[in-house]
Ligand binder design. Structure first.
Ligand SMILES: [Fe+2]
Length: 248
């Protein structure tokens, strides 16, 4: 499996508080069959503004620690970008870190309340630039919970939908669970992420079981592996000289 959303990097945002906690998260992920994890700390949200340099350095640090422990899970850089009015301008300035630093996939966190027309326009503008916007945890957004028809509109405007593993296991309550299930049944879900933070259960394996139950094994494989594998195209191991950083 590929985890497309996580806060596993040490001491960057409200995610892992140190390398030991990062390692614990990765070990649990590996035990559940996750081979690749996108590290997506919060960015441009006014509280945590993790930038490209900090994220890449933290990925290298964690990768070094994993190599030292003999854990083969791959950690790829990314960020969870809060959508503000200047989203496209910031993209054009080169200030937004895409998944795998590919310039092709941007993980976006919508604000709790938003104007649909404005969001749709930004999604289209990104798509016009060759970027596919990924709407993070769409099933937990209050506006989408009230107007689930927006999901289809966002897809029509070029976005893909990511849901959180713990929504499918019911850990975020009955409304995100119901909405996530409906999205799966309507074939609206492109990928799955753990969105792991301290205090939350890592549950990619149980979420995959739920996907199999809801939509069958073929669809579950698409959502957990095959669709996100398209985000790995042209991946080169991105951290040079990890061992020379003296991390062990
Ligand atoms: Fe997140």
């Amino acid at each position: 499996m590929i985890d497309t959303h996580s806060h596993i990097l040490p001491a960057l945002d409200d995610g892992a508080r140190g390398v030991l906690e990062s390692l614990k998260f990765v070990e649990i992920a590996a035990s559940q069959g996750v081979e690749t994890i996108f590290a997506t700390p919060h960015a441009h949200d006014g509280v945590f503004n993790c930038d490209r340099k900090k994220i890449t350095q933290a990925c290298a640090l964690l990768t070094g620690a994993l190599i030292a422990k003999g854990i083969s899970t791959k950690i790829l850089p990314g960020s969870e970008i809060r959508v503000n009015h200047d989203l496209v301008t910031e993209y054009d300035k080169g200030n937004l870190l895409s998944l795998n630093n590919s310039g092709k996939w941007l993980l976006l966190e919508l604000p709790p309340l938003f104007l649909c027309t404005a969001i749709s326009m930004m999604l289209r503008q990104l798509k016009d630039r060759g970027v596919t916007p990924i709407i993070a945890h769409a099933e937990r957004n209050p506006t989408i919970l009230n107007q689930p028809q927006l999901v289809d509109e966002f897809i029509q405007n070029g976005a893909v939908i990511q849901i959180t593993a713990a929504s499918l296991t019911g850990d975020f309550g009955k409304f995100p669970l119901k909405t996530a299930k409906t999205m799966v049944e309507l074939d609206q879900v492109f990928c799955l992420g753990s969105d792991i933070h301290p205090g939350r259960e890592y549950c990619m394996a149980n979420a995959k079981k739920e996907l199999i139950r809801l939509a069958g094994r073929t669809k579950a494989e698409l959502i957990t592996s095959e669709n996100p594998a398209t985000m790995l195209e042209n991946t080169k191991f991105p951290y040079k000289n990890v061992l020379s950083l003296g991390i062990n």
